[in-house]
Design a protein around this ligand. Sequence first.
Ligand code: GLP
Length: 265
Amino acid sequence: MPVERSLRVADAAVIVHPDADAASRDVADRVIRIVADAVAARGKAVLGLATGATPEKVYDLLADRVARGAFSFRDVTTYNLDEYYPIQPLDPLSYRHYMHSRLFGRVDLAPNRAHVLDGTVPEFAAAEHAAWFDRWIEADGGLDLQLLGIGRTGHVGFNEPSDLPPAEFADLPTRLVDLHPTTRADAVREFGSPEAVIPRALTMGVRQILAARAIVMLATGAKKAPIVAQALKGPITAAVPASLLRTVADKVVWVLDEAAAAELG
Ligand code: GLP
């Protein structure tokens, strides 16, 4: 039976699993461990959560554990990375809806502790709403874990490639952003047509992501192989947002399947 392998690419800790299911099981186990440790230490755990196709299986596994009485979100608070803008929470394409159907509605997480950026705030209030999101995270003591996926542009959350110097990029707060054309093209899968894709989003800032006490990046499938290799082996640059994770390498683990790891050599 094929087994996982661990490698270091530059300074990054990378675990490669034979397939996406095994990678997802690994990530679900890490979430459970980190929650248990944080609850034991502080009486609560604060999780940063991601959307997209990649973490779906992780949420299934977590919901199954809760259904079996083997895990609980009783002492957990969550903050999601991003939300389309503008969008209504009941829109099936909203990330609020995604989270409700895949996780929140299936587990014992208190509804008032599941934070998703609000795609209905008027534009003049978006910056204030984003600043409050950062303040809430800080008031909760910061994130014990940020779960990440990676976009084909290298984005984390919806922090798209930029020409800012890395230190300035690393300090970006939660804010309203424009989506990269590649990200919009990938979103046609959910929205049905290029014209239907919502071209803007609210995203947690790079600052808040990098400040998490632990970061788990999950990437699976051959389509992610080129950007995973660029992020891990190329220069640390805002042009490849996920490469900034190497500036906090000691608290980051990259969990991949063989397909996503194919270009790491
Ligand atoms: C999405 C999300 C990201 C996600 C990434 C990859 O648009 N905003 O948080 O990590 O793009 O998505 P997927 O997992 O579907 O490949």
